[in-house]
Design a protein around this ligand. Structure first.
Ligand code: GDP
Length: 356
């Protein structure tokens, strides 16, 4: 007789469980054909994160057929876009951006908002993917059903990355996200790109690190709608308050911004979740003031104009460098310039005439 505890006991077979969700397997399966444009749009409009993610992947793809579908999906989504509050967040690595987005974003979703977090990081090789690349940086928010986190579209020209992010914003808005955070590392031109696609620009700083180290250029401070000194906790509180006073007086030296809103300097602790309420209150106040005085819409119209010129520049550049006749001559001409045989202006003129 067999011992009941024997590991040799043979149990009755269990029927194969059904597929968890046949639609999911269809979406992730080895299906070769892409969904139809309508499927994307309906999925996005219904708030499907799977469809939203797939549409963003299309937008980011370099393949011509993907780009064609992406264009149509974007056009169909555009009428449902524009209704979110777009917030740019910048600060050097270590300032606490991801900790801040995690706790501040969590507070917003707890209040019923739907939040999408995107990133612009064209030099992700330089920053070693420290920006949103590692989702564990925002563990709670990643698991939050009211939040959607999408890392930067990766390397490429800043213009290209910015365009893809701008298009991703449209898709997220069509999917019903009412707040969009666009994160960037404050070390280069990417702040300008983020500023050109957001309604509100938040600069996250820490005390005691020095302006130079934090890459704070006058221009970045000047375009900030709110400066927040993070890590105002424990023994660091007095230093944070001192920094707050210093930056506040530095801001007074700038001319009054066209928004009609006076930028404030606040302190917070992303870690201890203090000061976050006041930050949200500031953002809400900014939105209501600038919507009332017309600046909110005016800024978006200016951004549309800027985007047009960006697209023209990007297209001209692409057409130039992808032109076969240019490609055939570029290296030779470049070498002649480097060897001092040809002056750079003549060389540029010669190459430009090839495509004109
Ligand atoms: P990021 O590179 O700007 O995204 O910065 P992180 O969010 O990764 O934060 C860098 C370090 O600062 C981490 O060790 C965080 O735990 C710490 N940090 C972030 N926010 C705070 C804060 O409010 N207080 C303190 N004491 N540390 C913080």
């Amino acid at each position: 007789m067999m011992n009941d505890n024997s590991t040799l006991t043979v149990n009755d077979g269990v029927a194969q469980p059904p597929m968890i969700n046949p639609n999911v397997s269809q979406l992730f399966g080895r299906r070769q054909t892409l969904p139809e444009v309508e499927e994307y749009v309906e999925g996005i409009r219904a708030g499907s994160v799977v469809m939203l993610s797939r549409a963003i992947t299309l937008v980011e793809s370099r393949r011509h057929d993907h780009q064609q579908v992406a264009r149509k999906v974007l056009e169909a989504c555009r009428p449902y876009s524009g209704r979110s509050i777009r917030i740019g967040i910048t600060g050097v690595p270590g300032a606490g951006k991801s900790t801040f987005i995690e706790t501040f974003g969590g507070m917003m979703t707890a209040r019923g908002h739907k939040l999408a977090v995107l990133a612009i990081d064209p030099g992700s090789e330089r920053s070693k993917g420290s920006i949103l690349g590692d989702k564990t940086r925002m563990e709670t928010l990643s698991a939050d059903p009211r939040a959607f986190i999408r890392p930067s579209p990766g390397t490429g020209s800043l213009g290209g990355v910015a365009r893809k992010t701008g298009e991703t914003v449209i898709l997220c808005e069509a999917a019903g996200f009412d707040y969009i955070f666009i994160e960037t590392i404050g070390v280069g031109q990417s702040e300008i790109a983020v500023h050109s696609m957001t309604d509100f620009f938040l600069l996250l700083l820490i005390s005691g690190a020095g302006d130079e180290l934090q890459g704070i250029k006058r221009g970045v401070m000047e375009m900030s709608d709110l400066i927040v000194i993070n890590k105002a906790d424990g023994a660091n509180i007095p230093k944070a308050q001192q920094a707050q006073a210093q930056y506040q007086s530095a801001l007074h030296l700038f001319p009054a911004p066209p928004s009609g809103w006076t930028p404030h300097v606040l302190t917070c602790s992303a870690l201890e979740k203090t000061g976050l309420d006041t930050i949200l209150h500031n953002i809400e106040e900014y939105v209501s003031i600038t919507k009332a005085n017309g600046y909110f819409d005016q800024r978006r119209r200016e951004q549309a104009r800027y985007r047009m010129y960006e697209t023209i520049n990007e297209t001209l550049q692409n057409n130039f460098y992808h032109n076969e006749r240019i490609a055939a001559q570029l290296e030779r001409v470049e070498q002649q310039v480097a060897a001092g045989e040809l002056n750079p202006y003549e060389a540029a003129g010669y190459l430009l005439r090839i495509i004109n």
